[in-house]
Design a protein around this ligand. Sequence first.
Ligand SMILES: Cc1cc2nc3c(=O)[nH]c(=O)nc-3n(C[C@H](O)[C@H](O)[C@H](O)COP(=O)(O)OP(=O)(O)OC[C@H]3O[C@@H](n4cnc5c(N)ncnc54)[C@H](O)[C@@H]3O)c2cc1C
Length: 427
Amino acid sequence: MAWDFETDEVFQQELDWVEEFVREEVEPLDFVVEHAWNMADPVRQKLVPPLQQRVRERRLWACHLGPELGGPGYGQLKLALLNEILGRTHAGPIVFGCHAPDSGNAEILAHYGTPLLKKRYLEPLIENEIVSCFSMTEPQGGSDPTGFTTRAVRDGDEWVIDGEKWFSSHAGFASFLIVMAVTDPDAPPHGRLSAFVVPADTPGIEILRDVAVYGHREGEGTHAYIRYTGVRIPADHLLGEQGAGFEVAQTRLGGGRIHHAMRTVGLVKRAFDMMCERALSRTTKGDALARKQLVQEMIADSWIQMEQFRLLVLRTAWRIDKYNDYRKVRADIAAVKTAMPKVLHDVSSRALQLHGSLGVSSEMPFARWVMESFHMGIADGATEVHKTNLARLLLRDHEPTDGLFPSGHLPALREQARARYAGDLDL
Ligand SMILES: Cc1cc2nc3c(=O)[nH]c(=O)nc-3n(C[C@H](O)[C@H](O)[C@H](O)COP(=O)(O)OP(=O)(O)OC[C@H]3O[C@@H](n4cnc5c(N)ncnc54)[C@H](O)[C@@H]3O)c2cc1C
């Protein structure tokens, strides 16, 4: 009997260490390091690497990687428990070397990169000596990659890329970009795109502007609107087969989505804890908020939503470890991705509400988290797309009935049962 909700003792000791380290050393970073991905920021460069070194010494660096890439090969379940703690913070993932989008881009390079690309980009990426960008979405629409127009055309020993990309996060900090471009315009929709490694200093790359998400001031944006004009890269910078861009992109998205969900569990827990503290601390009309039944409902509903989500994430992580094949867990990941924005939205909205005017102010993080829930419902595929994919996958395990009435129609079932037990019913 293998169902179990315990963490093994040895790993629990690691989690206890991480818990304290994150609380004492990483949480304060979020207040002083403006952008933990910005390698050109001297404050970041002074404060982050020493903490990364302590994580390495503890052998907890890049825990998402298998031993072949220098990671401990913990698997997704242990990673989920670890990521829950890191998710409470912004800088946590980068201090532990498992931050997006670099973790996913590293997976792509490990799978598809030539030895030269691995040496030049994968090794320093894993060590966080450099950061990277994934450049796929286009200004005219991201949900439908079959409508992308950025072209890559072969010219002798080079590919030449022309087009525009939108919301390419961290492009301004990146040493290289993974760019998706149309190489085979006449192929069937899912065979048109290819993936390329593009060094960031290649002539022809122009960041038109760095778009800020709501809540960040103009000038603080990190989501680049990029124009590629005659960008020339060597032929061997193609990743995977020509026309296999979708397959390459999936390599990063499966893992990326579940890792994001693991971290979201931690963020939701933080909102929940703050809500409980407030409910117990604030009084009105002589009573703590915690004694009002409508407030109790908010707390109960939040806990149930949070725990349901956490169990779904952990079960998905367990299934990834079990099958070691993302195709077998596509429905699970779509479900997690769909549930993630809603749980963060609902719990942080209730936490905001219970903090009253303070809750909506910029002195508390709730409004930012509510906005972040919208990012989660859009980035890496909109909720609607995941939900419809999930339904499609689930329906594959079901059959239509030929009959006029459904197979669960009670009169027919009753008739069948009566016929089966006819002899006994006469007793
Ligand atoms: C914080 C953040 C970071 C991002 N980082 C990156 C990055 O690093 N690299 C990158 O390439 N992209 C990135 N993106 C872009 C992201 O992948 C796209 O925003 C996403 O694919 C949706 O594309 P779109 O914004 O063009 O919305 P659209 O495709 O225009 O869709 C708009 C809305 O229409 C609805 N919709 C869409 N399709 C359907 C459907 N089939 N059925 C029903 N409703 C539908 C949804 O509500 C959707 O939100 C990021 C986005 C965010 C918010």
